[in-house]
Design a protein around this ligand. Structure first.
Ligand SMILES: O=C(O)COP(=O)(O)O
Ligand SMILES: [Mg+2]
Length: 251
């Protein structure tokens, strides 16, 4: 397992982790809450986001954009994707058009939310692994709550999460730590026994402000240098997120 750490942990990062003695029926992650970001973390939503973006661009007489050019903004919401696409097309975008296009984007996206969106490799097994070890699972996403629930239902994953909290669930959205602390509370968990797993600095910063350990998925949409330096751990595949790593980060 290759895990790069940049923030010193309470325990040494090399050498064997301190072993806890588990009581007879105790599982390693009992009492822990593992919080996942959604876009670019659990689900590769970029293809359907690109579809919604191209629907909007066509309505404005602009040519379609490619998946690769959308990916860096895919974790930052409809407005960011629209703004970047108009800039690439060298076309000005005023507030009124941005508002209208955002509404068009969200309506289309809601109706085509799981056409080509798929779980990232190893994501499902990681959910199983964490749950089998006793962890409570939650989602903290800057998608709206309704869209997040719709996507997870379509992918038959919604039931796995004790809480699914979107940008509009609380009066705060990531990187505001209130979004994350509210998610953990709603899932019935404790802030001192939780970890955040995400793909952008937005996720990692929210965790940092809350004093939570974080795992950055290096393959996500915008795992930039700042996020890599700030994260407690950086992994390049879900398989690297094993029970021992999560246990070590949260205890
Ligand atoms: O839709 C967004 O703005 C980003 O969503 P995420 O927080 O799940 O990455
Ligand atoms: Mg994301």
């Amino acid at each position: 397992m290759s895990v790069v750490r940049s923030v010193p942990l309470a325990r040494p990062v090399t050498g064997p982790p301190a072993r806890r003695t588990l009581a007879k029926h105790e599982r390693a992650l009992d009492g822990a809450t593992v919080v996942f970001d959604l876009d670019g973390t659990l689900v590769d939503t970029a293809p359907d986001l690109t579809g919604a973006l191209n629907h909007c661009l066509a309505s404005a007489g602009l040519s379609a954009t490619t998946l690769d050019s959308v990916r860096p903004q895919a974790g930052h919401g409809a407005k960011a994707m629209l703004t970047a696409a108009y800039m690439r097309a060298d076309r000005p975008l005023g507030d009124a058009e941005l508002t209208e296009q955002t509404a068009r984007f969200l309506a289309y996206y809601g109706d085509h939310i799981a056409v080509s969106s798929t779980l990232f490799p190893g994501a499902l097994a990681t959910l199983d692994r964490m749950a089998d070890a006793g962890a409570t699972l939650a989602v903290c996403t800057n998608k709206t709550e309704a869209l997040a629930i719709r996507l997870l239902r379509e992918l038959r994953l919604a039931d796995r999460f004790a809480a699914i909290c979107g940008a509009d669930t609380f009066m705060a959205r990531k990187p505001d730590p209130v979004h994350l602390s509210g998610t953990i509370a709603l899932a019935g968990g404790r802030i001192d026994c939780a970890v955040m797993i995400g793909d952008t600095d937005t996720d990692i910063e929210a965790a940092k402000r809350l004093g939570l350990p974080s795992i950055l998925l290096g393959f996500g949409y915008d795992a930039d240098r700042i996020a890599r330096e700030k994260a407690t751990a950086v992994v390049s595949h879900f398989d690297e997120i094993d029970v021992a790593l999560v246990d070590r980060l949260i205890r």
